[in-house]
Design a binder for this molecule. Structure first.
Ligand SMILES: [Zn+2]
Ligand SMILES: [Zn+2]
Length: 265
């Protein structure tokens, strides 16, 4: 019994450590890079309002709480691996790695969109998602600034998907590592408050399917649109893309001196 509790505590502590490093890599990495490049990034700020230090402290505090909860949910993955429900591929296989990575990213985008729509339902919003929306002007520190219920729903994706994919082929650990790195990078950039993409990005057939920072920033400043994560597909399909998304994006990306109503409050 004591040994089991010790193993659980060790797994949790290991998860906490790894998730914390990943969060700091994304949140602090983006904050530091944008600060170092501030001559260039300053003109690319999306909102006129600036986030305060108190905003950043709140985002950091909630993110650390989320990372502790991620550690608990990750115990499901450890248990599933221990029980052989999640099979790990010990021989690297590039084709399987690529296929698993693509599936993980596309399925995560779909999972996030529908989970996020669910969190915006009247019955859920206040208890599960309002904490994330306190950040009207988000910073990269808000990447994991969730209420406990959202922390659980966000984290459950990993064990559910790994169990599902394991039925087809053993999991390539590197695919999971790249997926999680991509997740935190897109998440931290999406909350950074600065638009680094170029004019025409949102309308091009080559790039328009990718979400931009303006896309998620508008979700924070206005709330009712842009629920997607990595891709614009679901918002376009379900009619939830912000009606002035392209216009608001261009106001920042094209360095157009925006009229006051174009700049989000
Ligand atoms: Zn939301
Ligand atoms: Zn957000």
């Amino acid at each position: 019994m004591i040994e089991t509790l010790k193993t659980i505590a060790l797994h949790w502590a290991h998860s906490f450590q790894v998730e914390m490093i990943r969060y700091l890599f994304g949140a602090a990495g983006v904050a530091l890079t944008y600060w170092l490049l501030r001559r260039w990034t300053a003109s690319r700020r999306i909102q006129q309002r600036t986030a305060t230090m108190a905003d950043r402290r709140r985002e950091l505090r909630l993110s650390v709480q989320t990372i502790a909860i991620f550690g608990v949910v990750n115990l499901i993955t450890f248990a599933a691996i221990g029980a052989g429900i999640v099979r790990i591929g010990h021989t690297p296989d590039l084709a399987i790695l690529a296929a698993q990575l693509i599936v993980m990213v596309i399925a995560h985008d779909a999972y996030f969109y529908w989970m996020h729509r669910g969190l915006h339902l009247r019955a859920m919003f206040r208890r599960a998602h309002a904490a994330h929306h306190v950040s009207r002007t988000p910073t990269s520190w808000a990447s994991y600034a969730f209420a406990p219920i959202e922390s659980v729903t966000e984290a459950l994706y990993v064990p559910v998907l790994l169990i599902g994919m394991s039925q087809v082929a053993p999991i390539q650990p590197l695919a999971v590592f790249i997926f999680l790195g991509h997740q935190i990078a897109r998440n931290a950039i999406g909350h950074s408050g600065h638009e680094l993409a170029w004019s025409g990005f949102t309308k091009s057939r080559w790039t328009g399917w990718l979400t931009t920072t303006t896309h998620h920033d508008l979700h924070h400043s206005e709330g009712r649109y842009n629920f997607g994560l990595y891709f614009t597909w679901w918002d376009r399909m379900m009619g939830t893309e912000h009606p002035r998304y392209h216009e608001k994006f261009e106001a920042v990306a094209a360095h157009v001196k925006a009229s006051p109503e174009l700049v989000t409050a």
